[in-house]
Design a protein around this ligand. Structure first.
Ligand SMILES: Nc1ncnc2c1ncn2[C@@H]1O[C@H](COP(=O)(O)OP(=O)(O)OP(=O)(O)O)[C@@H](O)[C@H]1O
Ligand SMILES: [Mg+2]
Length: 718
């Protein structure tokens, strides 16, 4: 329903308004829709539509109010017949005044004369612009309200139905234009957004591509049939250096023979959708190269997987470094263990053997030698070796001579690779060394040269590296400390033994001296008693003729004479003989004399019992010694008699001797002669050995006096 009368009054040109409308209706709408279609600018379109509406209706003032959703206000956007500046500030709340009412009801509203109407919102404004009649039409498109199209005349005016219908078409046109513009705007901004998103996507893709292209790893994407669908630059360049099999190319599928080394990892990734890694080695132009391939399944948004990234990384350098590190760690651990072991060894010879063996094993060398510096002879002497032939014994050398001498003189390690071509190979000694490379390290303890340790490799082309040298230096440092320790320990042990021996000798000598004094006194008294006894026995033998008494007296005389013999031995023992000046004595003749004197005991008596004692005497080569021949003879006789006593069932008696050269530490000391008297008798128990030199110690009961070895000891002491 339209709030207006049917009659719209006379129009310009004298034509009936209905006829005019009908004639112009199509033209106008066509024109307006052409504007709408041709113009892209909304304001232009709206202005054209409104201008057309104004001109076709002859209504002087037409305004388009647009609804603002946020404020629920109508604001004038286009005005014809009024200065727009006046209108733009003009707002009408939806629901109030005429236009507000039209907007709220969405229906046309016509008021012929508004001047006295209380609904006028801005009466001053209406009066100023002489706005009298009012026709408002909702600007609607498909139920959507865009605003209100308001017509005003400056005098009262009725609006006919047909007029309202025509102008409503304009309002609809404006609505269509607004709708069109809105759709256009939405499409435009959507398009813009999409373009921006695409650009951003492209940029990101470019970034990822550049990342993939410039990575040091070879990267390729494969589909589930193992067809390659992408490869980065590294993958392509690697292809020049690696067999096709390693690139997963030229192969129809997973099961093809000669599949890539990571194909199992790919299969596994297909099965469980997890990342799988495999390490492999492959021949390359520069020897073998090692790779680590990572197969990464790529998930679709729905969770499925149909492509896989293969990231192939060259790990040759890393692997090599890992192996070197592991080997170095192993070697250092070995050096530590060796250090502990050699520190425990206190026997010098055993220690040097250990050092030679461990050094050779640690550094994978065929042979090694520990050569010690001998201060006395100012030479280097091999003391221990491992894996060497006898040639090492010839390796005695002076400082500065040969490899050992050079290392010792400079006190600095030396590596000699290509040993046969080195200057060390010139000497006659080196010609016997079957080495291809040698490594020497000095053994130095607190600035003191102890010796040199030398390693040899024998396979042609074998070399020693700088690491080998530093490892041996480490070992040599520990070895030097251990050698010094062992030497100190040996010295300590020697002096302790010397001390012990000296103490024993002191005790023995003291014991002999005391016993000598006692027995001398005893012998003197006993001698007197025995002399008196013998004198009386001889007197009685003259006086008595009874044969049985004579027999008793003979026994008495023998007993007294035996007693006298023992007393003489006591005197011999106790006598502090003023030592004769020593003279040169031929040991050969003294030995022969002693044997002659004792012949009845070792030859005749045993023979009578059917027993044989053989003698073996080798003394002719011995040089003369300084001594007292009577004393030496006595010593020998005692030893011979003891030997005979211990071989009642026969055996052999051996007297030999040897010359001992001056010791290594004393350049021109005296020479010594050692005499051995040995028998094949029962030998001595430990207890007897300990007490054998004690005076009166005997295991022979009444047959022995226990003074033989005491006398020997006394003489040797002197
Ligand atoms: N060659 C030997 N083999 C085994 N035991 C021996 C030997 N020489 C000495 N002995 C032991 O040492 C002890 C002491 O020897 P020593 O010569 O001092 O005295 P003796 O032979 O018993 O008596 P004496 O020499 O005064 O007649 C002997 O009793 C004997 O047990
Ligand atoms: Mg004896």
């Amino acid at each position: 329903m339209v709030e207006t009368s049917e009659d719209s009054g006379p129009a310009e040109g004298g034509m009936s308004p209905n006829r005019i409308f009908r004639r112009q209706e199509l033209e106008t709408l066509l024109h307006a829709s052409q504007v709408l279609a041709s113009s892209v600018d909304l304001t232009q379109s709206l202005q054209a539509i409104i201008a057309q509406a104004a001109s076709i209706s002859g209504i002087p003032v037409v305004r388009l109010f647009l609804a603002e959703e946020a404020t629920q206000l109508l604001r004038c956007r286009i005005a014809v017949g009024l200065p727009i500046e006046d209108q733009q500030a003009l707002t009408v709340p939806i629901g109030q005044s005429f236009s507000g009412h039209v907007a709220a009801t969405r229906r046309p509203m016509a008021v012929a004369d508004t001047r006295a109407d209380p609904r006028v919102q801005h009466p001053a404004h209406a009066e100023r612009h002489q706005l009298v009649s009012y026709l408002g039409l909702p600007v609607l498109h498909q139920d959507r309200l865009f605003g209100v199209l308001a017509f005003s005349t400056r005098e009262p005016r009725e609006y006919s139905e047909s007029e309202i219908a025509l102008l409503t078409a304009f309002a609809q046109l404006a609505a269509a234009a607004l709708h069109h513009a809105q759709i256009h705007e939405a499409a435009r901004s959507e398009l813009l957004e999409r373009r921006q998103a695409e650009a951003a996507l492209l940029q990101r893709e470019e970034q990822y591509r550049s990342l993939a292209e410039n990575l040091p790893d070879a990267i390729a994407r494969f589909d589930a049939a193992c067809r390659r669908i992408y490869a980065n630059r590294r993958w392509e360049t690697d292809a020049d250096d690696r067999p096709a099999t390693a690139r997963g190319e030229n192969r129809p599928g997973l099961d093809a023979a000669g599949a890539a080394p990571w194909v199992d990892a790919l299969r596994a990734a297909m099965r469980d959708g997890q990342v799988h890694t495999v390490e492999y080695a492959t021949p390359a132009s520069q020897g073998t190269e090692e790779y680590e391939a990572r197969v990464v399944p790529e998930r679709r948004p729905d969770g499925g997987v149909d492509t896989f990234l293969v990231i192939d990384r060259n790990i040759t350098v890393r692997k090599r470094a890992e192996r070197i590190l592991a080997e170095r760690t192993r070697q250092l651990e070995a050096v530590r263990a060796i250090g502990v072991e050699i520190a425990r060894e206190l026997d010098l010879k055993g220690l040097l053997d250990l050092i030679a063996r461990h050094a050779a094993e640690l550094l994978h060398s065929a042979a090694s030698a520990v050569i010690l510096w001998d201060e006395a002879t100012q030479s280097l002497v091999p003391r221990a070796w491992h894996g060497c032939g006898e040639w090492i014994l010839a390796m005695r050398g002076r400082l500065g001579e040969g490899l050992a001498g050079t290392v010792a003189a400079q006190r600095r390690g030396a590596v000699v690779n290509d040993y046969p071509a080195s200057s060390y190979a010139g000497s006659s000694l080196a010609q016997t060394v079957p080495a291809s490379a040698a490594l020497g390290e000095p053994l130095v303890y607190q600035d003191r040269l102890l010796g040199v340790v030398i390693l040899y490799r024998v396979q042609p082309g074998e070399r020693f590296s700088g690491e080998d040298q530093s490892l041996l230096a480490l070992l040599a440092g520990q070895a030097a400390i251990a050698i010094e320790n062992a030497r100190l320990f040996a010295e300590l042990r020697r002096s302790y033994e010397d001390l012990e021996r000296a103490q024993e000798q002191l005790v023995q000598t003291e014991k002999l001296r005391a016993l000598g004094q006692m027995s001398a006194g005893m012998a003197h008294d006993l001698n007197n008693i025995l002399a008196a006894l013998l004198g009386q026995v001889e007197l009685l033998r003259i006086q008595v003729s009874n044969p049985s008494a004579q027999e008793s007296l003979a026994i008495l005389e023998t007993a007294a004479r035996d007693g006298a013999h023992i007393v003489r031995r006591l005197q011999d023992f106790g006598r502090r003989k003023p030592s004769h000046p020593l003279s040169l004595v031929s040991l050969a003749s003294v030995v022969n004399q002693a044997l002659e004197i004792t012949r009845p005991r070792w030859k005749n008596e045993p023979q009578r019992r059917g027993v044989v004692i053989e003698t073996r005497v080798v003394v002719d080569h011995l040089p003369p010694v300084l001594g007292d021949d009577a004393e030496i003879r006595e010593v020998l006789m005692n030893l011979i008699l003891n030997a005979v006593d211990t071989m009642p069932a026969g055996g052999s008696l051996e007297i030999t001797g040897r010359t001992i050269e001056p010791g290594a530490d004393v350049e021109d000391g005296p020479r010594w002669v050692e005499l051995y008297v040995a028998d094949t008798g029962a030998g001595m128990t430990e207890e007897v050995r300990r007490r054998a030199f004690d005076p009166f110690f005997t295991t022979k009961g009444v047959h022995g006096s226990g003074l033989g070895l005491s006398v020997v000891y006394g003489i040797m002491e002197r």
